[in-house]
Design a protein around this ligand. Structure first.
Ligand code: PRP
Ligand code: URA
Length: 197
């Protein structure tokens, strides 16, 4: 993970490799974040004998926070393909740093055991807090946040606003700069994934 994140941070890493790395990290985080999910047992027959089999007890949802959450969501789906994907568009205003909702494809009928909000960057925490607020209106039994890099300020705000959720991040950085960017960070995760620098 440290090796992959170092390559992400490197300003010389080009778009295609950056996107590939985000997907690979998404897969590793999916492994970590799903390790405690509820399972149901049943008896299955191997060619040799009966044994206990396991299936996930209830559906899994992922909410990529657009745009930057898309690569993470793709990596997650490579580990667990059978998921519902609920797209949520939040754009952080560059001046106020407030998140604005511009797209919402969350279904109204919900039957999930857990939903993961995925977004690589937890900076001021505003986008993550808003995303979890929106997901909470769907009454899902369990919510989690998955990110790649967090600033201490954003992590603290998210955990205070939503003490009931699990938070998985791969790196905790030093601070935020005057423009709300994580430092050392990796720059703009959306622009770097989609080549819009
Ligand atoms: C980035 C990032 C988060 C948000 C983090 O998205 O992907 O969603 O900023 O900042 P915060 O913790 O201060 O809210 P951005 O709004 O730049 O949109 P993008 O994904 O389309 O680039
Ligand atoms: N969004 C990003 O993409 N990067 C940051 O450092 C902060 C917010």
């Amino acid at each position: 993970m440290a090796h992959k994140i170092s390559m992400l941070r490197d300003k010389n890493t080009a778009t295609a490799q950056f996107y590939q790395l985000v997907k690979e990290i998404g897969a590793l985080l999916a492994y970590e974040a799903t390790s405690s999910l509820a399972l149901e047992t049943s008896i299955i027959e191997t060619p040799l004998q009966a044994t206990t089999g396991y299936t996930l007890a209830g559906g899994i949802g992922i909410t990529p926070i657009l745009r930057a959450g898309l690569g993470l969501a793709e990596g997650f789906r490579e580990v667990i393909p059978d998921v519902q994907v609920w797209h949520l568009g939040l754009r952080r205003d560059e001046r106020t740093l407030q998140a604005l909702e511009y797209y919402n494809q969350l279904p109204h009928q919900v039957n999930l055991q857990v939903c993961y909000a995925v977004d690589p960057m937890l900076a001021t925490g505003g986008s993550a807090i808003d995303a979890i607020n929106i997901l909470k209106r769907r009454n899902i039994p369990r919510l989690s946040y998955i990110g790649i890099i967090a600033a201490p300020y954003g992590l603290l705000r998210l955990s205070r606003a939503h003490p009931d959720i699990d938070i998985y991040v791969a790196a905790l950085d030093e601070t935020l700069n005057d423009y709300g960017y994580i430092v050392p960070g990796l720059g703009d995760a959306g622009d770097r994934q989609f080549g819009t620098l």
